[in-house]
Design a protein around this ligand. Sequence first.
Ligand SMILES: Cc1cc2nc3c(=O)[nH]c(=O)nc-3n(C[C@H](O)[C@H](O)[C@H](O)COP(=O)(O)OP(=O)(O)OC[C@H]3O[C@@H](n4cnc5c(N)ncnc54)[C@H](O)[C@@H]3O)c2cc1C
Length: 382
Amino acid sequence: MADIKTILAENKKISHEMLRANADQIDQTRRFPRENLQVLGKAGVLGLLIPTQYGGGGAGIAEMSEVLDIQAQNCASTAMVALMHYCATVVIAAKASDALKQQLLPACARGENISTLAFSEAGSGGHFYMPVSEVRQNGGRKTLSATKSFVTSAGEADSYVVSARRAGAAAPTETNLYVIAKNTQGLSTQGRFEGLGVTGNASAPMSLDEVTIDDATRLGEESTGFQTMLEIVLPCFQIGVASVSVGLAKAAQQVILGRMSARKYEHAGGAALASIPRVQYVVAEITLAVKSGHAFLREAVRKVLAADPAAMLDVLGVKVAAADACLAAVSRAMTLGGGWAFGKRGGLERIFRDAQAAAVMAPSSDVLKDFIGKASLGLPLF
Ligand SMILES: Cc1cc2nc3c(=O)[nH]c(=O)nc-3n(C[C@H](O)[C@H](O)[C@H](O)COP(=O)(O)OP(=O)(O)OC[C@H]3O[C@@H](n4cnc5c(N)ncnc54)[C@H](O)[C@@H]3O)c2cc1C
């Protein structure tokens, strides 16, 4: 496995070349970015967070953030698939048995096993940490029937980290996480979702119909799923989504800066839009939004790595702050781009659609503000 510096350099090169070249076609045809993932996998990018003993890069969330930011500048669909793979591999590395890690992680590190999270259910919506599905004990056999409302890489991934209440749970937080392989009997994808943005990430509902649950595939001790989702998955997911938002905001900024110099008026003697004070003012707002989103992200990463007791507030806040900054930057860029931005030619329209996903993905910005308010007031989150 390549060292971290080489992996980061490879990610930069692949993103700016291959991901950028394929992005519009992936978006317009809504196809899974398989070839991007194969190349990223071979370069060690998909194994970034996997411990070196399993063939991964052994890196942490700072490197993940950099990787996803650069990917999202070029193709947010690919970045979103990589993010969900990172969240799944982080929890497998932290909680699977040695045998399961040995079985899954080397292939995950090479990108030959794409993994993802199947948490969300219609019964709990954006409150993804509260599945309503429950494992049933039928004699000596455990089974799970569940409908997972949105799964990134649905039908495309090789393994799924699935949440469910444990058999006989007395409270909704008595949950487990299991790894389910793609060809497992009873696991199926339920049509297509046809989202507004990140159209290549193959988000779709999935169902589990009497799937046999083997305790050897459980991640962690019985009934620790809720804690694992909050302590291990949430920081990775929140910082990852925020990194995608920051990458998208930077992409919008780059596109519009070029356009403001290129768009010239004949009636004004060839003056560019960039020469108009009001345009400069809006460009300043975009610059500030990008910088504030990035600054919050760096601060959250720093606090998590330092195990700062105040890190939780930043983990909750970073996804909202980056999503808001991104939406502000992108919508101002759309205004400055005029009719050109409203069409598909400049690439801003795709960025605008992709930028909407972060606020909706659970926990949504509204749910997070609910938590942030409680945490700020010193009240319990649950
Ligand atoms: C592109 C994309 C990819 C996704 N990928 C995955 C994946 O890989 N795995 C996975 O498990 N899930 C995934 N999801 C699902 C996602 O994480 C959310 O679970 C889902 O978007 C929530 O959808 P919902 O329509 O059920 O929301 P609902 O629960 O219906 O909520 C609607 C809105 O109600 C508001 N709301 C609800 N409760 C509160 C509250 N207490 N306080 C304030 N406001 C509240 C929020 O604004 C929320 O956005 C994905 C979603 C998207 C859009």
